[in-house]
Design a protein around this ligand. Structure first.
Ligand SMILES: Nc1nc2c(c(=O)[nH]1)N[C@H]1C(S)=C(S)[C@@H](COP(=O)(O)OP(=O)(O)OC[C@H]3O[C@@H](n4cnc5c(=O)[nH]c(N)nc54)[C@H](O)[C@@H]3O)O[C@H]1N2
Ligand SMILES: Nc1nc2c(c(=O)[nH]1)N[C@H]1C(S)=C(S)[C@@H](COP(=O)(O)OP(=O)(O)OC[C@H]3O[C@@H](n4cnc5c(=O)[nH]c(N)nc54)[C@H](O)[C@@H]3O)O[C@H]1N2
Ligand code: SF4
Ligand SMILES: [Mo]
Length: 820
């Protein structure tokens, strides 16, 4: 059966419903929402003075009316212990989304924990420990005592290098300024942990080292620039599905020509055209389809490069544009250095770039014209460069990132309206931590060390490597073996005898075992291997701050209770610190114990004031109270002042032509093409018939941690899809929905075949990070010189396992494309 919601009637939001500011906690875009709550024994009426909208709801509303909500935006949740109706709906007045929702954000309410309506009952309500051969509930004091004792024992034995940490570094759910500061102060302040990795990559490094090394911070423009640009260059971003309302609310208007007035206001008499777009992606995405439908085919160029060859395309663009003199010489002279050096080193002919990328020389030439050829009247063409995971998790990350920034600098498109060279972003951002300088560069390849048997204890914060890391098949094998050793040892002591229990654990660790602690909101796949689960409160269940892809910072206000005993991550970190301090004192290690002082926070606001407010640039102007006043439009970081009751922000970075370096100049970089760079990738490409490109889909959020218990999503996506060309399917005798095994020397996994006419022969695309089929199993351990993973360049074989199983038979396999 295809999923039906079975709702025919919803309560009207009463006039006096409480109202909260909410930033959608899923993707980077950070759309504004409002949460409305009111007691379950009340509801509003149709008369204008009886409902929150203040209109007569007995009358038919217009097609675009904001005066409604969908069943997915409704739930019943607890607030201060009472059941309350809740509606979480897009905010018309938020400049980010102007009232748009998405298939993810418009479900925030139904993805909330509700005992009354049975949603997300998978949420962790109590700390859980491995006891008597299974995970069993306990209290915080008990769980944290065990965590602290084992962690201290490991540090006593191996030093702080024996403590391994995996932690988010982002904003939104599973992150935020409060929580990155909590974990940061614990691991980088109280301790100097070196064997730490970030949630989405196996080391503690930057995804975009190069742009930072060049002096160009990666979130340098504002969403309005996408409306002002003459040309958008979109590299490895499938924005319709992954940065949805940024695309719909800021790109599409430009492509349709409806942001012309904004352009006229900004640029005056200069020729103003409808925006055009160049998309660099080996695959035809629905983003490209949507651009064509909205801009017309003439306004869209899809450069379907061979996987991993972006770098040489960018070098060819630079070479051609410079040869035509379409560079911004005044800007280059005033604000940059090493242009000539980089230009000479990166010189490559159109023909050579065409050969490597699989494009034609004409395509490269024409796209270069769209990027930089002066407009009529010799006006400068304004081009915005945006990139995401097709570049970041692509071949030769560092140089490819640099080569694109080279181009933006050379054409004078950083710090100017209608420009920018930016990450599109993943989650929101929310990084606030003490210095990580001790980690070094390149940072430790943490997964590899864990697989080599290093470390004795592993703290995991809101990440599920079993689904989302590279070389996942082999990672899971060793991780399970090591954590099982500790589980078996824990069965030899009685749990209540704490000294005996800790001894048994430490003995197993000495033999190569690993003790693992998972801080999460639901049971996870890696959690199956862990010994302690600590239940976190998530967005909406605590106050939480973050910023979006244009550095727009907001406070999501707490609108409901967390499930059971769950606590905000910042406070979990603080309580771990408190317990470590206590245990160290008990052991007579007073000096070391004192390093764990300063964690007496009672609320997440305490963590915010200690962290962001006390340490971040402009943080002194920012408090919860002020953020509440700034509402869903917040301000753009960094804050520069507090004036007339408002936080003053920064619309664009580098608008003064000064960059992040000692002399204020941005540096061009030499970025010669050097083929597939990560170890083993070229051999893999030669050996296996299929490209296993991988990434995201509109309906699924990340590793499906909430979706896995949401029937709407699981009904559509019981197994991860693999998009395949129909001719390739015929060759392998595959029908739509069949289960296939995807395999290579790294491991194997499974997926459901989705026929895709636009897919190139031998080029597949598989949904990443899915609970019922993990593409990471076949992604090799290959990384770049700074340990940035290369998830996207993966090759393997495909073979049939079974006909479409029962749960797949009802699915539609229609094309995702639409026509205007
Ligand atoms: N093959 C392949 N692999 C990839 C990628 C790819 O493109 N291809 N992309 C990479 C990228 S960009 C990313 S971001 C990663 C994602 O990898 P992960 O970060 O591992 O996955 P997520 O699903 O984002 O979240 C992990 C966990 O956070 C928990 N969580 C949610 N909210 C909270 C909270 O408030 N507190 C706590 N403590 N936990 C919470 C969820 O329950 C979930 O179990 O995957 C990476 N891996
Ligand atoms: N619906 C939804 N939205 C999300 C997420 C989600 O899970 N679901 N996750 C969020 C997160 S954490 C992130 S990081 C972002 C990621 O956002 P995106 O980067 O837009 O998403 P991906 O699907 O990982 O990859 C984008 C594109 O890279 C292309 N690609 C693959 N190889 C290459 C290559 O060699 N060159 C180029 N130029 N392109 C290539 C793929 O074909 C794919 O279309 O999405 C965020 N938004
Ligand atoms: S586009 Fe992103 S932030 Fe906006 S509603 Fe959708 S998931 Fe949330
Ligand atoms: Mo991400």
């Amino acid at each position: 059966m295809a999923y039906k919601r079975q709702i025919d009637r919803l309560p009207i939001i009463p006039k006096d419903a409480k109202e909260f500011n909410v930033t959608c906690h899923y993707c980077i875009v950070g759309c504004g929402y409002k949460a409305y709550t009111w007691p379950t024994n009340k509801q509003g009426g149709t008369a204008a003075d009886q409902n929150k909208f203040g209109v007569d709801l007995a009358k038919q509303q217009g097609a675009d009316t904001p005066n409604w909500y969908a069943p997915s935006m409704y739930n019943i949740v607890r607030q201060n212990g009472e059941d309350m109706h809740i509606v979480i709906k897009p905010d018309q007045d938020c400049v980010v989304n102007s009232g748009l929702g998405s298939v993810r954000g418009a479900r925030i309410a139904e993805m909330s924990y509700s005992q009354a309506r049975n949603t997300q009952l998978q949420r962790l309500t109590d700390p859980m420990v491995w006891r008597y051969g299974q995970m069993q509930p306990t209290g915080w004091e008990d769980a944290l005592d065990l965590v602290a004792r084992v962690t201290v024992a490991v540090i006593n034995d191996m030093g702080e290098d024996g403590l391994f940490v995996s932690a988010y570094d982002h904003g939104g759910a599973g992150g935020g300024y409060e929580n990155t500061w909590g974990t940061g102060k614990l691991y980088f302040g109280a301790m100097k942990v070196k064997n730490i990795r970030i949630h989405n990559r196996p080391a503690y490094n930057s995804e975009v080292h190069a742009t930072r090394d060049m002096g160009v911070g990666e979130l340098n423009n504002c969403y309005e620039d996408a409306e002002l640009a003459d040309t958008i260059v979109a590299v490895g971003t499938n924005a319709l599905e992954t940065q949805t309302n940024y695309f719909l609310n800021h790109w599409v208007p430009n492509l349709r020509g409806s942001s012309v007035d904004k352009k006229k206001a900004e640029f005056g008499a200069e020729p103003v055209d409808r925006g055009r777009i160049i998309v660099v992606d080996p695959r035809r995405t629905v983003t490209i389809n949507a651009c064509e439908a909205e801009a017309g085919k003439d306004g869209v160029m899809h450069l379907a490069v061979n996987s991993g060859t972006d770098l040489i395309l960018f070098n060819a663009w630079l070479t051609y544009i410079a040869s035509k003199g379409w560079i911004d010489k005044a800007f280059i002279d005033a604000s940059t250095k090493n242009f000539d050096k980089a230009r000479t080193a990166n010189n490559v002919s159109l023909d050579e770039a065409a050969r490597v990328t699989g494009l034609t020389a004409d395509q490269i030439r024409q796209s270069a014209e769209w990027i930089a050829q002066p407009k009529s009247g010799n006006a400068r063409r304004r081009t915005m460069f945006a990139y995401e995971k097709g570049l970041i998790w692509g071949n030769d990350n560092y140089r490819t990132n640099a080569a694109l920034v080279n181009l933006a600098l050379a054409t004078g498109n950083v710090g100017r309206p209608g420009g920018g060279c930016v990450r599109m972003g993943g989650h929101q951002e929310g990084y606030s931590r003490p210095s990580d300088a001790h980690v070094g560069r390149p940072a430790a390849y943490v997964d590899k060390l864990l697989m080599e048997g290093k470390g004795g204890v592993h703290h995991i914060w809101g990440c599920d490597h079993y689904k989302t890391t590279l070389n996942a098949f082999k990672f899971k094998q060793t991780y399970k073996r090591r954590t099982d050793m500790v589980k078996d040892a824990m069965m030899t002591a009685s749990y209540g005898d704490r000294a005996a229990m800790v001894n048994a654990i430490v003995d197993a660790i000495k033999k190569g075992g690993l003790f693992a602690v998972d801080v999460d909101i639901v049971p996870t796949k890696i959690g199956e291997a862990c010994h302690v689960w600590l239940p976190a409160a998530t967005s909406g269940e605590a106050n939480l701050t973050s910023m979006n892809g244009e550095r727009r910072m907001r406070l999501t206000e707490k609108y409901m209770d967390p499930p059971g005993q769950a606590m905000p991550d910042s406070l979990i970190a603080a309580r771990i610190a408190n317990h470590m301090e206590r245990v160290l004192h008990e052991q007579g290690k007073g000096k070391y114990a004192d390093q764990f002082k300063g964690f007496n926070w009672k609320t997440e606001e305490d963590a915010f004031m200690d962290g962001y407010h006390g340490h971040e640039k402009g943080g002194e102007f920012v408090t919860y109270e002020r953020l509440r006043v700034m509402g869903n439009n917040g301000f753009q970081e960094p804050a520069t002042a507090f004036r007339d009751g408002k936080i003053v922000g920064t619309k664009r970075l580098f608008a003064d032509g000064k960059f992040n370096s000692k002399d204020g100049k941005a540096t061009f970089m030499e970025t010669q093409w050097r083929g597939l760079q990560a170890a083993g990738k070229e051999e893999e490409r030669k050996k296996w018939p299929f490209l296993i490109n991988n990434g995201r889909a509109n309906v699924v959020w990340q590793s499906a941690y909430l979706d896995q218990k949401n029937e709407f999503v699981m009904d559509r996506m019981p197994y991860p899809f693999i998009q395949m060309n129909p001719q390739d399917m015929a060759d392998l005798k595959l029908n739509q929905g069949d289960l296939v095994e995807v395999y290579n020397d790294n491991g194997s996994t499974q997926a459901m075949v989705y026929p895709t006419a636009s897919a190139k022969r031998k080029q597949t695309f598989m949904l990443f990070g899915y609970p019922t089929g993990v593409v990471g199993n076949v992604v090799s351990a290959g990384v770049n010189e700074f340990i940035v993973p290369n998830y996207k360049q993966t090759w393997g074989g495909i073979r049939k396992i079974a006909d479409a199983p029962e749960g797949v038979k009802h699915l539609s396999f229609k094309s995702d494309e639409y026509t205007a």
